[in-house]
Design a protein around this ligand. Structure first.
Ligand code: GLU
Length: 275
């Protein structure tokens, strides 16, 4: 069996988690959600839902949206400023999702979680039961970190790992990280145009993990490193993960149509491929 023929396909998923970063959600010029683009993502979600795939979204963008709205554009924000921004921006973010989903005949639900909520057993079980019930009722849960109350010590800080944690919690079989890059490269393609792209990663070896590099300048997390940490969490729980370019319209259809991306196989899939 060839590796490519055994790659997961989004329409084959039972439960899919889609993570969308702030840079995709928010148009810095308009200081608003990128509505047309979001509409195309939601059309893709409708396509998957019609094929029986349960979809859960992890959406960033709360802080970015309010940063512009509140004029907090320059420099690094203090924790309290970020939390205030998240509180304002989450309303705008949820509204954008609710309206877009509504236009395509779907119902949004909002869930805000802290790292603690995913660790403390009773809260974890409650959260899981709620998300599962929402999916069974046909809703599209739109999840974000509860930035307004999470303290620095208990923050995920990045939604890549939050999305992987959600995928673990609800037993998702696939996780899509929509990003500003079309996958994992052996070296940084921004500084090395000849960098080799990796379409399939069977195992997260030390060599692969080293390709994560450092977080982007000025950020404590984010970039490829946290995506690889998310891949460890997801693949070990039997969930395949894909990093794909999200900037174009209909980014999920693009993955289905074979646009370049990087698949990280779930632990047991990788085993089948090797056998
Ligand atoms: N939770 C943050 C927000 O919505 C974003 C975190 C991230 O982008 O990873 O603004």
């Amino acid at each position: 069996m060839g590796i490519v023929s055994s790659l997961p396909s989004l329409t084959g998923a039972k439960r899919l988690v889609i993570k969308i970063g702030s840079a995709l959600m928010v148009d810095p010029q308009q200081a608003a959600p990128r509505h047309e683009w979001l509409d195309s993502v939601v059309a893709d979600i409708a396509f998957l839902r019609e094929r029986g795939v349960q979809v859960c979204v992890v959406s960033s963008g709360a802080i970015a949206l309010a940063r512009y709205r509140l004029g907090l554009v320059d420099g690094t924000l203090r924790l309290a400023e970020k939390q205030a921004a998240a509180s304002v921006g989450q309303v705008l973010l949820a509204q954008a999702w609710a309206e877009a989903l509504e236009r395509h005949g779907m119902t949004a639900s909002q869930i805000l979680l802290t790292a603690e909520d995913t660790e403390e057993r009773q809260r974890y079980l409650n959260g899981r039961a709620t998300i599962q019930t929402l999916l069974e009722l046909g809703c599209v849960p739109v999840i974000n970190e509860n930035d307004t109350i999470a303290t620095a010590e208990i923050r995920f800080g990045d939604n890549d790992r939050l999305a992987a944690r959600i995928a673990q919690m609800i037993g998702a079989d696939q996780l899509v990280l929509l990003s500003d890059i079309d996958g994992l490269y052996e070296s940084d393609p921004r500084s090395n145009p000849a960098a080799v792209h990796l379409p399939v990663i069977e195992r997260l070896t030390r060599e692969i993990m080293a390709m994560g590099g450092n977080p982007p300048p000025g950020y404590p997390s984010g970039g490829m490193r946290t995506k690889l940490l998310a891949a460890v969490m997801a693949t070990q729980s039997g969930c395949a993960m894909v990093i794909a370019q999200g900037a174009m319209k209909h980014p999920l259809c693009a993955v289905m149509e074979g646009e370049r991306c990087s698949w990280f196989l779930a632990a047991e899939e990788a085993l089948t491929v090797r056998q």
